[in-house]
Structure formats: C-alpha cells, structure tokens
Design a binder for this molecule. Structure first.
Ligand SMILES: [Fe+2]
Length: 303
C-alpha cells in the first residue's frame, strides 16, 4: 500500500480533493483527484516502473495507487495524461485493465503530432498516428466532468505540442507547463516544443485567480526543501524564478534556449516515448512472446 505524499482537502465545495504521490526515481507527481460528493476520481500522470539496466518493468508504484483507490472507496472515471512524457513511462493501460477495462484514457489531441514525429524517429511500421491508442483526445476548452465539479481542459503547448492542463474546481494540474517557484520552468527543446509557446502557456496559468493551486508534474527541489506538489497562482506570480510578473517574453525565450542547449537527453527517453505514444501499451510481442524497444544510434559523420 502506498500512502500519498500529501493530501489537500478541497478548500470549498467548488474544489477537488487532491492526493499527491511522488515517484522518486523519476521525480514525478501522480495525482489522484476526487470529488467528495460522488467519490468519483481521476488519475493524472501515472507511473509504470522501469529499470533501464535490466529492461525490467514492474507495477509496484501503480499497484500502490490502486490499493489506495480501493481503500478510499473511490471510483476512477478517467485516466489522464498531461502529455507524452519523455522521462517516465505511463501506467495508463495497466491501470485501465486493472480498473475493469472501461475507464477512458485521455490526452490532448495534438498527440498526433508527437506520434508522427516519433514514428519516424523509431521507424515504427505500422503505427497509427491518429491518436487512436487513446480513448479521448481533448481540445482546448473541453469539459471533463469530475462529479459535480466544473472542469476544463487547457491546451498548454511549449514543453511539448500536445501538452494540456486540467482545471478542476480551483486546482490546475499543469504537467510540465510550470514548475515550483524555485525550479521555474521545464525544457522546451523536444520536437515541436517552443519557448515562446511555453511562456504564453505559463502566463495563461498565471492569469487565473490568485488563490488557485497550480499542481506541478515534477519537482526537483533544492537540497533545503522537500518535494512539493503545488504553489498558488499568487505565489508563482511573485516568486517563480523564470516567470514571475514582469518577466518579458524575449528574456524568457533567450534564457530557456541557452539552458536547454546544456541539457542531456532524459534517462528513460526511448522506453518512455515508445510506451507513452501507445497510451501506455507495450510494443507488440514477437512470435516468441518477447518485447523489444528500439534504440536509435547516432554515429559520427564518415564513420
Ligand atoms: Fe514532460
């Protein structure tokens, strides 16, 4: 049984309960978001454990989440992704199976762009690039009803083109559109990423009412603080080290480009994408039941 790292009880009847689960090896926040009245819940950005050295997948983290859902007597009605992650594998399909097979898995509709890019990178044939691996493809402004709460999908491109956030009550699950104030922002150098778009998306979040809570998709805290899942809009406006009020677009874009040029590829990049583009399904097994990931190799010119 895994216990949540934190629990935020809904501040009022218009807001949701939020259980935050921090997965340490990928620094990922998974959120279980629920409505008090109906006990309905969403799972946002789940994690499937993967050890790249032994190429071994395990479901300990996902099983802990499922145990907790059961213990709390919650009814999961959606499994949501904020984007196709490049740094961890999603447990969406595993969770869907374990929850009876009918809970829809949703992501932003521009996942089709990400699928087209990486179909080519990984030479995936055949591979549908129409998003059909997912059950729901969201557009900006779509409603995703959690019990009696008002909820809306926000298209927040920049980190990736498919990126969305989920506004549920007075809480926003922002994925990698903004990070904690002392971490700042996410990289925008993945294919289809854009620092200009990221700046606009973050500012869309910062224009929400000041008391709204912005829940982050990852946290990489400095040594003096614990992992934290959220800051309010007011706190982000005042303190975000890359995006606080008064930051100009050019300043942000230039800084982001400089910083991104120094960043290495994520440790679980290839496995993450090959699973996450499939909504969390693994590549088909061969006739002997073996499953493989592809690993593109870069060689020097003239090799
Ligand atoms: Fe990400």
């Amino acid at each position: 049984m895994s216990r949540p790292t934190f629990f935020n009880k809904a501040a009022n009847s218009n807001d949701c309960n939020v259980y935050g689960f921090f997965e340490k090896s990928t620094s990922t926040w998974t959120y279980l978001v629920s409505d008090d009245e109906t006990r309905e819940a969403f799972i946002i950005d789940s994690v499937l454990d993967y050890d790249p050295i032994s190429s071994r997948i395990s479901t300990d983290t996902a099983d802990g989440l499922l145990d907790f859902v059961k213990e709390q007597n919650l009814k999961v009605t959606r499994i949501l992704e904020t984007h196709a992650h490049a740094d961890h594998l999603t447990a969406a399909q595993y969770l869907k199976r374990r929850l009876g097979g009918n809970v829809p898995v949703g992501i932003g509709k521009h996942i089709t762009k990400v699928q087209a890019t990486f179909k080519s990178t990984y030479g995936l044939h055949p591979f549908a690039t129409d998003g059909s691996q997912f059950d729901t493809l969201f557009s900006d402004g779509d409603e995703v009803k959690l019990g009696s709460l008002k909820s809306q999908v926000l298209h927040l491109p920049g980190h990736t083109p498919d990126h969305v956030g989920y506004l549920i009550g007075e809480s926003v699950f922002t994925g990698d559109s903004i990070f904690m104030p002392d971490v700042g922002s996410a990289r925008s150098d993945f294919p289809g990423g854009s620092a200009t778009d990221l700046f606009a998306s973050a500012n869309r979040l910062l224009a929400l009412p000041p008391h709204y809570r912005l829940y982050v998709g990852h946290d990489y805290p400095p040594t003096e603080r614990q992992e934290t899942g959220y800051a309010t809009v007011a706190e982000q406006r005042e303190m975000n080290k890359h995006l606080k009020s008064g930051t100009g677009e050019n300043e942000f874009v230039e800084w982001r480009a400089e910083r991104d040029a120094t960043l290495a590829s994520p440790r679980l990049l290839h496995a993450s994408l090959q699973v996450n583009l499939r909504a969390g399904a693994l590549p088909d097994a061969d006739e002997e039941g073996r499953i493989f990931f592809k690993l593109p190799v870069r060689v020097p010119a003239g090799f």
